[in-house]
Write a protein that binds this ligand. Structure first.
Ligand SMILES: Cc1ncc(COP(=O)(O)O)c(C=O)c1O
Length: 440
């Protein structure tokens, strides 16, 4: 891969960010990314688990571009292949020989997928999957859970359970001004891990519910596992009420196991959405299920399209990534071992510094959040989030960023480990946190 620097020196992070801000609204193309770096950080290049800013400062990254790079940034086995594909033609708008290979690899890896459709982002794939669920069931109501993020399309974007600044929104609020308020009438948001309310919702609306969509491990609000039996309860209620179960495995797909969270927890969703690790850093997403579930798409009754959906470069990235994963299955065990090591070392460091912290993890997905006081139970979503000390977390983030470690300033954004995070890097992460805590 070409690691050459873009020639923009002698720009500083601050000057370049200000210049960008003038021509890119908000300074970046995602509101998630505009959420409050206190000191501007403008990236020049990345490799392995490191990024370099435009002042040539080197940082270890545990945000890792929100999760796609399981083998680290710039993996030549994936992105090198894509680079060659770009030369050979990335979009012809005609079926490509690689489509078959990618479809077979996904079907062989994800237990419940027989057929897929490709898309460019998780948001798109989820919007299409939910539309398909609504078409199949002839119903419109979709159940979502607090804290779970399913992209920014009209019916699923609600205000997060708590905002970055720590203020809690009131009730179910559209996630962004300008959205069609009535669209939210077709989703019902429930608390995560509340079996009683789930039962009640199905008792009241069971014949109106088209689908339940969830992150099998809630990565977008602190890596919160489902309580024992909760996923099974959702599966049972959906199947008994003629609704579809949709697993949003945008984060967990190919990350927690080759077959994703459904393999890890032995679950059988009707539809599955995958992205992130699927492309190894190249933008690609897909949704899929049984041939029967996908039949309305095959018959052209359900609509899903896109000039770049299933473009040859994206599909080639998926083929390269899945091929590599299938040749390297011990990678999941290695990531679990390293994740467990980091979790333990961080717990020691925060404990020694006398700081209340919540650390949660599923394999290589972690959440680290400073709390205002110790939490009684680590498991449930609700008790943890109100205790998060957003201000202290941002203070720690800033000190770490200055000291060469980057994690997201929003404590609800997960950390992602890659195979490029060796013990040496993890020890640097721990010592940087230790020293920054002492200065906090
Ligand atoms: C669980 C989950 N679903 C959906 C999405 C949306 O994916 P995208 O940002 O590619 O549209 C994300 C993005 O982070 C996600 O974490």
């Amino acid at each position: 891969m070409n690691q050459a620097r873009v020639d923009i020196a002698p720009m500083t992070n601050e000057r370049l960010f200000d210049a960008t801000y003038k021509v890119v609204a908000g300074g970046s193309s995602s509101n998630m990314r505009n959420l409050g770096l206190q000191t501007p950080l403008v990236v020049d290049r990345s490799a392995g688990c490191r990024i370099w800013d435009v002042e040539d400062n080197e940082l270890i990254d545990v945000n890792m571009g929100y999760g796609p790079h399981l083998f680290g940034y710039g993996d030549p086995d994936v992105l090198g292949v894509v680079a060659e594909r770009l030369r050979l033609g990335a979009v012809t708008g005609i079926p490509h020989r690689l489509d078959h290979e990618a479809g077979e690899l996904i079907a062989a890896s994800v237990p419940t997928i027989e057929q897929v459709r490709f898309a460019n982002s998780g948001t798109e794939a989820i919007a299409s999957a939910l539309r398909l669920a609504r078409l199949i069931t002839g119903r419109t109501l979709v159940v979502t859970f607090e804290g779970h993020y399913h992209g920014w399309s009209e019916t699923v974007l609600r205000k997060a359970a708590i905002t970055n600044s720590g203020e809690a929104p009131t009730g179910a609020v559209a996630g962004a001004p300008g959205m069609i308020p009535e669209a939210l009438a077709h989703t019902l948001q429930l608390p995560w891990n509340d079996p009683t309310l789930l039962d009640e919702a199905f008792a009241a609306y069971g014949d109106r519910i088209a689908a339940v969509i969830l992150e099998p491990v809630c990565g977008n609000a602190g890596v919160v596992h489902a309580q024992p039996g909760f996923l099974e309860q959702v599966a049972d209620l959906t199947s008994r009420n003629g609704a579809l179960l949709v697993f949003d495995e945008v984060i967990t797909g190919f990350r927690v196991a080759l077959g994703g969270a459904q393999e890890l927890f032995s679950m059988r969703p009707d539809l599955t959405v995958i992205s992130k690790v699927l492309g190894g850093g190249f933008p690609v997403a897909a949704f899929g299920g049984s041939t029967e579930i996908m039949a309305p798409l095959a018959r052209n009754e359900a609509f899903h399209a896109g000039v770049f959906s299933g473009n040859h470069a994206a599909v080639n990235a998926a083929v390269a990534m899945l091929g590599k994963l299938r040749r390297n299955l011990p990678v999941y065990n290695a990531l679990e071992v390293n994740g467990s090591y980091l979790e333990q070392r961080l717990a020691e460091v925060f404990g020694a510094a006398g700081r209340a912290v919540r650390i949660a993890r599923c394999g290589s997905i972690m959440s680290v959040a400073l709390l205002t006081r110790p939490q009684c139970s680590n498991a449930a979503f609700d008790p943890a989030v109100p205790l998060i000390d957003f201000a202290a977390h941002r203070g720690l983030q800033l000190l770490c960023q200055e000291a060469g470690l980057y994690f997201h300033p929003n404590p609800l954004e997960p950390w992602f480990l890659s195979t490029a995070h060796t013990r040496d890097e993890l020890d640097i992460v721990v010592s940087t946190i230790e020293q920054s805590l002492a200065r906090l």
